[in-house]
Design a protein around this ligand. Structure first.
Ligand SMILES: *[C@@H]1O[C@H](CO)[C@@H](O)[C@H](O)[C@H]1NC(C)=O
Ligand SMILES: [Cu+2]
Length: 250
């Protein structure tokens, strides 16, 4: 890990203990064996002892979030000051990845969104500002209002998991999966929406031939006044507009 991160490791242990938002602790492919994601608490281990995993490492030791006032910074890509995972999840086009959050608070209702970016070369050497993402799936309001039932409620009901299907015809290559929950409980206030992005390296095999569209940097996804970002969860509503670009269907 970069030495700058080990300094932060000593700065916020109390905040870390108090929080209970969560992170993607692991992934399975088609229900197979467990692959570690990235655990923010690894920053409390002696330098050099954290495991190499596909999960991007970030300064989210408080299990915190990225606010709308940081949408124009690279933190919105893969969380705060993120650096790439050191390995890959191995999968094929059409496979189902199951992402396991370690926990999620039931008050934090909102959409769950998934994006892919192709790496030029190795994702293990990528930088957040160099990634250009295409949205591949999303889920938001499922029913009701004030607050209603949301994709996050499905995630909690499914043992804190979300499934992501790799597009069936996607060309083989190295990709970063950007999985994100946007919590809306405070989103009625300006700058109140909470993004929890999590990135993982995936090496996609198979014989797919469809290139991922060019996509866009994460800094272009959202604006603070988007209807899906500035949103009153605790009022009556009939619909919710999931923010960000359109979903690409391969
Ligand atoms: C729920 O997920 C945890 C990992 O977060 C896993 O250890 C456990 O076996 C899962 N439970 C079920 C019932 O699948
Ligand atoms: Cu919270």
């Amino acid at each position: 890990m970069p030495s700058s991160l080990s300094i932060a490791a000593f700065a916020a242990p109390l905040i870390q203990l108090a929080a209970a938002h969560g992170y993607v602790s692991g992934v399975t492919v088609n229900g197979g064996s467990w692959v570690d994601g990235s655990n923010p608490n690894w920053y409390y281990q002696p330098e050099g002892t954290a495991p190499d995993t596909p999960g991007w490492k970030a300064l989210n030791q408080d299990n915190g979030f990225v606010s709308p006032d940081a949408y124009d910074t690279n933190d919105i890509a893969c969380h705060k000051s993120a650096t790439p995972g050191e390995t890959y999840i191995t999968a094929s086009a059409g496979d189902t990845l199951t992402l396991y959050w370690n926990t999620w608070p039931d008050t934090h209702h909102g959409p769950v969104l998934n994006y892919l970016a192709e790496c030029s070369g190795e994702c293990t050497a990528a930088t957040a500002d160099g990634l250009s993402f295409t949205k591949i799936s999303e889920a938001g309001l499922l029913s009701g209002s004030n607050p209603g039932t949301w994709a996050t409620d499905t995630l909690i009901a499914n043992n804190f998991t979300a499934d992501v299907i790799i597009p069936g015809s996607l060309a083989a290559g190295n990709y970063v999966l950007r999985h994100e929950i946007i919590a809306l409980h405070s989103a009625a206030s300006a700058n109140g929406a909470q993004s929890y992005p999590q990135c993982l390296n995936i090496q996609v095999g198979g014989s797919g031939s469809t290139a991922l569209p060019a996509g866009e940097p994460a800094t272009d996804f959202y604006s603070s006044a988007d209807p899906g970002i500035l949103f009153s969860l605790y009022t009556a509503f009939t619909s919710y507009t999931i923010p960000g670009p359109d979903v690409w269907t391969a």
